[in-house]
Write a protein that binds this ligand. Structure first.
Ligand SMILES: [Ca+2]
Ligand SMILES: [Ca+2]
Length: 249
């Protein structure tokens, strides 16, 4: 009995020593979203990947693109914001997405292992339009050609982004937000008003996703205003979105 007790004790001691000698491992990384949210195809660009336990990341594996890690750091979460959605750290990368690429998947690596696989939101064939402030009201609404894909940000708390479209009675428009489905912390809320500033339609969460989709048949010829806000009045430089407008059938 005594021998076994001693052996067990020595084992425990040796195990403890092993642990002490090994460098402390980070928690495995988690990728949440990219800033900017939409990646360009066929050109080099810098992106920040936001998530958790990313400060020690030195490698990001890419499928569908080549990339270089430029740096990684802890990045604070503002008060009252959910860290699980905003992230507490980021990796900066230089990314080169080949022309014709259809999907880019990324995995961050730290001493704790591999992250989840994050699929970037890529530009497609729709004309890409950058959102421009000040577009916070009907009078200063940003013109939106149809079809197009606006790349924007709900840049601060209570930011409202208003876009102006023209259409004819009976035409169908589909307006869709792509944000939360690609990890953006934005919980979009979309409304459509007519030229008299009367509310025609609104959408918040659709099909179990926080991303709204509006399908409307225009009641008359004229100007319409699509407005996007965060459903909780939150916002910030990380609250990216892509707003797609197309003619419906
Ligand atoms: Ca904005
Ligand atoms: Ca929503």
């Amino acid at each position: 009995m005594r021998y076994f007790a001693l052996a067990a004790l020595l084992c425990t001691f040796a195990h403890a020593q092993d642990k002490k000698d090994q460098p402390k491992k980070d928690a495995p990384p988690k990728l949440l979203y990219a800033v900017p949210l939409v990646a360009k195809v066929g050109e080099k660009q810098k992106l920040a990947l936001r998530g958790k336990s990313l400060a020690g990341v030195k490698e990001v594996k890419a499928d569908g693109a080549t990339l270089k890690v430029l740096g990684a750091k802890a990045a604070g979460v503002p008060n009252n914001y959910p860290a699980d959605r905003i992230g507490d750290s980021e990796v900066e990368i230089e990314l080169d997405v080949a022309k014709g690429a259809k999907a880019v998947k990324l995995i961050a690596v730290n001493t704790g292992g591999d992250s989840n696989t994050y699929e970037l939101l890529l530009r497609d064939d729709l004309p890409a339009v950058s959102e421009k402030e000040d577009n916070g009201g009907f009078a200063t609404a940003q013109p939106m050609p149809v079809p197009c894909a606006i790349e924007g940000t709900i840049k601060s708390e209570r930011d409202v982004d208003v876009f102006k479209i023209e259409g004819k009675a009976g035409e169908k428009f589909v307006i869709e937000v792509q944000a939360a489905q690609f990890g953006s912390p934005l919980d979009g809320f979309l409304t459509l008003h007519d030229a008299d500033r009367k509310l025609i339609a609104s959408a918040d969460d659709v099909n179990g996703s926080p991303d709204p989709v509006l399908s409307v048949t225009l009641p008359k010829d004229g100007v319409y205003y699509a407005s996007l806000i965060d459903a909780h009045d939150l916002g910030g430089a990380n609250f990216g979105y892509r707003l797609v407008v197309k003619k419906g059938k």
